[in-house]
Ligand binder design. Structure first.
Ligand SMILES: [Zn+2]
Length: 72
């Protein structure tokens, strides 16, 4: 974990996204030099997992409602 906690400053270039080092000139990408940082979330995958789980249980609820209708 870093001082920023939830996110870190990353290179905004597509297919790069390297973590930037702050220096006197600003945020520095080892490939692209000084860039305007974007924030990347460290817990991205955890959030995606939670969303997937929430969706799965929502589907399950709809499915069981449909089943009840069919049985009644
Ligand atoms: Zn870069």
């Amino acid at each position: 974990m870093h001082e920023n906690g939830w996110y870190y400053n990353a290179c905004p270039n597509p297919n790069c996204g390297k973590k930037l080092n702050m220096n006197t000139g600003g945020y520095d990408c080892t490939k692209h030099g000084v860039v305007d940082p974007i924030q990347k979330y460290i817990l991205k995958f955890d959030i995606e997992d939670n969303t997937a789980t929430a969706r799965a249980s929502a589907f399950e609820e709809v499915a069981s409602t449909l089943m009840k209708k069919r049985w009644n």
